[in-house]
Design a protein around this ligand. Sequence first.
Ligand SMILES: *[C@@H]1O[C@H](CO)[C@@H](O)[C@H](O)[C@H]1NC(C)=O
Ligand SMILES: *[C@@H]1O[C@H](CO)[C@@H](O)[C@H](O)[C@H]1NC(C)=O
Ligand SMILES: *[C@@H]1O[C@H](CO)[C@@H](O)[C@H](O)[C@H]1NC(C)=O
Ligand SMILES: *[C@@H]1O[C@H](CO)[C@@H](O)[C@H](O)[C@H]1NC(C)=O
Length: 426
Amino acid sequence: MDILKYNILLVIGGVYLTYLVQHVSSLPASSATRRNKLAPYPTSDLRPFKKALGYHEDTYLNFTELATKHGYRSEEHTVTTEDGYILTAFRILTNCQESSKRHPVLLMHGIFDSSDVWIIPDKDTAIGYILAKNCYDVWAHNHRGNRYSRKHVEYNPDTDMEYWNYSFDEHGHFDVPAIVDYILRVTQRQKISYIGHSQGTTDFFVMTSLRPEYNDKIHVAIHLAPVAWMTNIANPILKVVSQATQLLKIFLDSSGNSELLSHDQPIHFIFEILCQVFSNSFCSTSLYAATGYVNGTIPSKTLEIAFGHLLSGTSSKSLAHFGQLINSKHFQRYDEGVEGNVKRYGTSIPPQYNVSLISSPIVLICGENDWLSSLKDIDTLSSELPNLVENYVVPEPSWSHHNHVWGVKAPKYVFPKILEYLEKFN
Ligand SMILES: *[C@@H]1O[C@H](CO)[C@@H](O)[C@H](O)[C@H]1NC(C)=O
Ligand SMILES: *[C@@H]1O[C@H](CO)[C@@H](O)[C@H](O)[C@H]1NC(C)=O
Ligand SMILES: *[C@@H]1O[C@H](CO)[C@@H](O)[C@H](O)[C@H]1NC(C)=O
Ligand SMILES: *[C@@H]1O[C@H](CO)[C@@H](O)[C@H](O)[C@H]1NC(C)=O
């Protein structure tokens, strides 16, 4: 390691430690004074600093800026959910003249992620742009709580902890239906198509099983790295941590950390800079630890840029809900405890999501080396889906969670499948 890198790290480490010490020593004594302790700092102020350090520019550009830079016009749309969350969706405008085409496609990102996931690779290999080039009307949504959708009509996410009382159950029950109805209204269409990645697939399964009437609004739903049952996940850390799900959530909430790993928290900054300083080794090791990623299967430039966008914010309850899926071995609603369950669901145990109600056509696209989305669990899901079109396993043993969107070979294995099925069902 050269001396410059070493010094940069020393400074970051020092600043971060100081920050943590102050933070921990100022933890609130009672829950009455609980608030969001890691409230955002103004990230835009750091741009000149990042520029000076030689970051790749795409690392810190936001969705609109990235699209503009890559030659695409985009729009920003705001939708408010039935329960008051104010969300942002980005629309990539296609240059396509044929108005009979321009079928709307909704893209839903995964956990810790945002709409940016679809446009991070360069302009020729990002699926968001490829869809626009192929005449589709592309809508990239952002679920509640991430950097673009951190607003509410009543709650302040910095001071009202009620804001963070949600998991992917609410994404599926409120966030996705709100944008589906909005797109249908704006485009005057009867149906849209859906592409989900990771938790973005979970959101869909929740929506269409809890509110089956939404099945009629979907031409086809294509799921990359689908997540529903999580009995067989291979991530060794998650397997252990999930045992302590409830404890961990209580600890996080009581210390004012119901918002996790957000774009404007120091942790994001640390990941971003380490990825720039150590380039491939840090990013690929992090992704390996989380998903089983095999080094070299995503272009290193894409990975470096990705860590400027990943860690976009979620709630402690979302993580806890996934922990419950791992432990319970069921695909079920959030366990609020006996009393809470009776109040919320009318039963002492949480109800299961009834995926046999998902009548819309479903395509599953999976990888053999995905530590979060195992083929065994996908078999459980696919055996219960009444309208499964195809369960496609990418024929590359190294295929992991993010290869679907960023992989060197995604344009070979995944994107043609997506285009084929969109064409067929639209
Ligand atoms: C993106 O960045 C530009 C320039 O800083 C800013 O004007 C715009 O509001 C940002 N958009 C979003 C959605 O954050
Ligand atoms: C990962 O692969 C890149 C080339 O794609 C190589 O330069 C780098 O040394 C590899 N890193 C590790 C940790 O193996
Ligand atoms: C969180 O929301 C759920 C569902 O709306 C509700 O049943 C539960 O009581 C809420 N929990 C807290 C701590 O407010
Ligand atoms: C799921 O829905 C089907 C079809 O309506 C119904 O027959 C079945 O009993 C439901 N299963 C559960 C566990 O609720």
